[in-house]
Design a protein. Structure first.
Lengths: 128, 131
């Protein structure tokens, strides 16, 4: 979404990049993660020891597996926005910065997709 | 060309105090939680691999070095959670009064340690000593 005012767009002044959307997305994902994070901790706390069956039972519920997928995607997105700012602040050289940012994005995307597929595999009963 | 003395970045001449301590801790815990995300994915992949694979992963996660790392992750989670909520109030323009900001800072710092102990023990018990 664009948070730039119509006047800014017309005059072409101000930042040409997506600072406002970045800031806003960071906060929206933050609020979502407060809820999803507490849900994850509360869920793990109800597990009865090291039982694999309990994990399978947990993620077999559509509600749990949906929230788990949302948690993975939202965490990856929030982490991406946050790590991007950290990298941009501390890596001065533009070439190095681009390489590091790409590496961070690829790593988070790979981890998130692997996590989602693991959840779906359990949800669809392929891990019993 | 003669160069006038340029203004210095804030971090070069500001006194170290609690506000920037909390701020930099938010960054550090955020970076640590990104690594914790990889541990979460590892745990899910192990669970998707069946009971044997899962039991082996819990053994790995239950080892002493990983227990220390996971306690650090629990603290990072609780700190980032509480300070994140604190920052959401700042974003709404609330809590900037010195007394309030100081109070919320202490609540965040000590609350995070207390909450981390609760989370760590609860999750540890839930996962059979391997969390």
């Amino acid at each position: 979404m664009s948070l730039r005012s119509p006047l800014r767009r017309v005059t072409g002044l101000g930042s040409a990049r997506g600072g406002a959307s970045h800031w806003y997305a960071q906060r929206v994902t933050a609020v979502a993660l407060v809820l999803l994070g507490l849900w994850l901790v509360a869920s793990l706390a109800t597990f009865d020891g090291a039982s694999h069956a309990r994990v399978v039972e947990w993620l077999s519920s559509p509600v749990s597996s949906a929230l788990a997928v949302l948690l993975l995607l939202t965490t990856a997105w929030h982490a991406l926005l946050g790590l991007q700012v950290v990298v941009e602040d501390y890596v001065a050289d533009k070439g190095t910065r681009t390489v590091v940012l790409l590496a961070v994005k690829f790593a988070l995307a790979v981890a998130a997709v692997i996590g989602v597929l693991a959840v779906l595999r359990i949800a669809f009963g392929a891990a019993a | 060309m003669a160069q006038r003395a340029r203004p210095l970045s804030p971090f070069l001449h500001y006194r170290w105090q609690y506000t920037n301590t909390l701020s930099i801790l938010h960054r550090i815990t955020g970076v640590l939680l990104s690594l914790g995300f990889l541990v979460l994915v590892y745990w899910l992949v192990a669970a998707a691999g069946g009971p044997d694979r899962y039991a082996r992963a819990l053994d790995v996660l239950g080892s002493i070095p990983l227990q220390l790392i996971l306690f650090g992750a629990a603290f990072a989670f609780c700190y980032h959670l509480l300070n994140g909520i604190r920052h959401l109030f700042f974003d709404m323009g609330r809590g900037f009064e010195l007394a309030t900001a100081r109070k919320s800072a202490y609540f965040t710092a000590f609350g995070a340690v207390a909450l981390a102990l609760v989370v760590w023990f609860a999750v540890r018990a839930g996962l059979g000593g391997a969390a």
